[in-house]
Design a binder for this molecule. Sequence first.
Ligand code: 6PG
Ligand code: SF4
Length: 605
Amino acid sequence: MTADARIAAITERIVERSRPTREPYLDQVRRMAAAGPHRASLSCGNLAHGFAACPAGDKEALSDGHTPNIGIITAYNDMLSAHQPFETFPALIREAARAAGGTAQVAGGVPAMCDGVTQGQPGMELSLFSRDVIAMAAGIGLSHNMFDAAVYLGVCDKIVPGLAIAALTFGHIPAVFIPAGPMPSGLPNDEKARVRQLYAEGKVGRDALLEAESKSYHSPGTCTFYGTANSNQMLMEIMGLHMPGASFVNPNTPLRDALTKEATERALAITALGNAFTPAGEMIDERSIVNGVVGLHATGGSTNHTLHLVAMARAAGIQLTWQDISELSDVVPLLARVYPNGLADVNHFHAAGGLGYLIGQLLKKGLLHDDVRTVYGEGMANYASEAVLGPEGGVARTPAPDVSHDPKILATVDEPFQPTGGLKMLTGNLGKAVIKVSAVKSQHHVIEAPAKVFHDQAELQDAFKAGELDEDFVAVIRFQGPKANGMPELHKLTPVLGILQDRGHKIAMVTDGRMSGASGKVPAALHLTPEAVDGGPIARVREGDMVRVDAVNGSLEVLVETSAFMARIPEQADLSANHTGIGRELFASLRAVAGPADQGASVLY
Ligand SMILES: O=C(O)[C@H](O)[C@@H](O)[C@H](O)[C@H](O)COP(=O)(O)O
Ligand code: SF4
């Protein structure tokens, strides 16, 4: 089915805008693909170093230049519950590669930060930059140029975007992303949030809070809310970089291992040495990127992808804008209600029909480009399927259900939860921002209230504890942009702002910083650009100014007479404390070159 005309028009606009950067990118991809991995042309010295530690069989295979070799980029560490399962994946991949007539080597590791561990802590000020550091680190591994394809082991927030930037930078070889899957369901996310609000109000102690948190985050696998990590899984699948049905199968299960084995076999099959060469840089095109944005809207995905998807697209020479994302939101309905957009978690979503059902529904209405290339072959329709364990222990696929197994979690495209997606762009005299409304009740979609200005999230928490916030207000939290302090997530404010909203106050937030993908119920104008440290209008806002956040009309305004507002001297902030400690001194050069949020807040482009 051809794509909906409105979606096709936006895609065509992106193609035209991207032409000056996409064409040189494709030229380079084709030149490098024609040259091939220089394993075959490496000097004996180089090659001997490249396989010195391999067993004899691999050495023989690697020296002939005709046996496909996979480079594994792994983000394994014990800090992220989502990445801990990757500890055993390289051995499984090497074994599967040999069994399929190829070889596989760990080309390199990349760092991975757990935003849950660093949330509200100084470490969070390195988090956004870690995306581009991950891309560079993956590039270091792949620069050995011994590989006919690469597989990427990553799940969480900045890791998949960073790996995708690397995969597209090395777009002359195929890329297959291999996930580890969500942890089994624990304490429901809404119950976790309730205990947090009780703790913030002093009604329960740390022991009750830790008990709730530990029951929610309790074992290996991705946290089960639909935040940035699980939005990443959706993106990799709907953009065709996962095997169909791979995203939400739990770790340490036979099907998980079968999917890892299948992904390895597929990576070997789509190299230039075979008959289905699928270099990542040609496979991922403007249609794939638009399909990713459509998936984001249809599932109520993370606001962080208004940064990451822009940066990922740019790595392939594709120029995606917030306007594109906002206009696609007007066309794509919300079909999933997964926490924070509902009570279900990703395991419940998967059981209700998951991505296979969702993709089938979107395709039914032409809301996805079906004519795309994927690691699995031609066409998005292959992804309207479910992966199950076959009789011989391999992966079998069945067509996705045509009806939702739980209409409270997955709606039909004809009767969606909301007629439009969750991510909107806001513009006005404060600049450009994004807002996610899929988790905000409609009565909070327009908020006009006096500004309360903070230069740090802890200041707001202290004001709450001092009882100074029991009224209508717009929290203006500034000097939180990439150049200021690395653009941390301000998710620790969610319980406090949620309590005030629950008390009946009109509450909104405006910031040049970010929130977590797991944030949701309080309307928040995020990623405001230009940022305060660049003299953006947010630096001119004063305590008590009336601010209007309007997600219905897409506007963000400070209601002060223009000449008077512009006559104000922009406020400054002492950020010296944000530039040292916990490694922040190592990132001064990245803060200095960080780009604006609407271009992905990247240090690379
Ligand atoms: O963007 C995201 O989804 C968040 O960064 C998420 O990965 C982070 O871990 C949150 O902090 C989790 O939520 P809690 O802090 O509420 O556990
Ligand atoms: S989802 Fe967030 S909290 Fe959970 S492991 Fe990943 S980064 Fe950490």
